[in-house]
Design a protein. Structure first.
Length: 280
C-alpha cells in the first residue's frame, strides 16, 4: 500500500469514528429522557442534525447496532382485569368505528407496576391523539384509583361540546356503580370490550407497554410515592416529546390540538398483531 492510500484510509476511518461518536452522543441525550425509544423515532427526531452528518436511517441502525444500542422488545403480562362480578357490562360501541377527532373515544386500562409493594397505574388515553388525559397510581385495584384518573381526564377535556365514548375492558372498576354514575354525570357514553382478547383494547394496551418498557417504569424498585413522581415525569415526556408513528410522527399534545390529520390504523387480523408496536 502506498503512503497516500494508507493515510487516506486512516483519515476515512477517523472521520467515521468521529461521526459515530457524535451520533451516539445525540442519541444518548434523547434516551436520557426516553431510555428505550426506538431507532425509527430517533431518526425522525434527529433527522436534521443527522443529515448534516450524512447519516441516513440505515446508517443510524448500523451505528446503534455496532454499539449494542438497538432496542429489543420485552414481553410481560400481569392480569389486572376481573370481569366476574355482579355489575352490568356494556356493549362494544367502537368496533369498526373510524376515529377521526380528539375526544371522540377515550380508552382506559389498569396496568401493574413493579416496585416495593403493589403499584397499579390507571390510564385514560385519547384514542385519536394518543394523549394520556388522566392517570393515577395507587397500591390497590380499588375503584378509587380509576375514578381519580377519570376526574383528571375530564378536567383536561377541551371539546366538551362534542360527544365522547369511554371504552374499557369489563373490569369491576369500570362497571362499578360509582364509576358509571360519574360517566353519566359527565355525559360520557360507556363502551366495553366483549372478548378477552387484549387487542380488543389495543391502544390502551400499547400505551401501557410504552410507559413500562420505553420509560423503564417496570424496572424501578421504589416505594409508591417515588413511583408517582416517576410516572408523572414519564407521562409529561410522553405527551409533549415522544412522536407517534400512528400520528404521522406528531406528539400526542400536538395531535390533540387539531382534527384534520387522519391517523394511521392497522388491520384487525391475526397476522397484523405482531406489527402493532410499530404503529406507536
Amino acid at each position: 500500500m502506498n503512503r497516500q492510500r494508507y493515510y487516506r484510509s486512516f483519515w476515512s476511518l477517523s472521520c467515521k469514528q468521529a461521526r459515530a461518536e457524535e451520533v451516539i452522543t445525540m442519541v444518548g441525550t434523547i434516551r436520557s429522557q426516553m431510555p428505550r425509544i426506538g431507532t425509527r423515532k430517533l431518526y425522525y427526531m434527529l433527522e436534521e442534525p443527522l443529515r448534516k452528518q450524512h447519516v441516513g436511517r440505515d446508517k443510524l441502525f448500523q451505528i446503534l447496532r455496532a454499539n449494542h444500542m438497538l432496542i429489543v422488545p420485552k414481553r410481560s403480562y400481569h392480569k389486572t382485569t376481573n370481569s366476574h362480578h355482579r355489575f352490568h357490562k356494556h356493549k362494544n360501541l367502537i368496533a369498526n368505528m373510524e376515529i377521526a377527532r380528539p375526544e371522540q373515544v377515550w380508552v382506559c386500562d389498569i396496568t401493574y407496576l413493579r416496585g416495593r409493594g403493589n403499584a397499579y397505574l390507571s390510564l385514560v388515553t385519547d384514542a385519536y391523539s394518543k394523549k394520556i388525559m388522566g392517570y393515577d397510581v395507587s397500591n390497590s385495584l380499588a375503584t378509587e384509583g380509576t375514578l381519580r384518573a377519570l376526574k383528571m381526564a375530564n378536567k383536561q377535556r377541551q371539546y366538551k361540546q362534542d360527544p365522547l365514548i369511554h371504552h374499557s375492558d369489563r373490569g369491576f372498576q369500570y362497571c362499578s356503580d360509582d364509576y358509571q354514575k360519574l360517566l353519566k354525570k359527565k355525559k360520557i357514553t360507556p363502551s366495553m370490550t366483549e372478548t378477552y382478547d387484549p387487542y380488543a383494547n389495543a391502544v390502551a394496551e400499547r400505551v401501557n407497554g410504552i410507559l413500562k418498557q420505553e420509560f423503564l417504569l417496570e424496572d424501578y424498585l421504589v416505594n409508591i410515592e417515588t413511583m408517582k413522581l416517576l410516572v408523572k415525569e414519564a407521562i409529561q415526556t410522553y405527551n409533549f416529546h415522544r412522536p407517534h408513528y400512528s400520528c404521522h410522527m406528531n406528539t400526542p399534545e400536538k395531535m390533540h390540538q387539531q382534527s384534520k390529520i387522519k391517523i394511521k390504523t392497522y388491520k384487525k387480523t391475526e397476522s397484523s398483531k405482531v406489527d402493532l408496536a410499530t404503529l406507536f
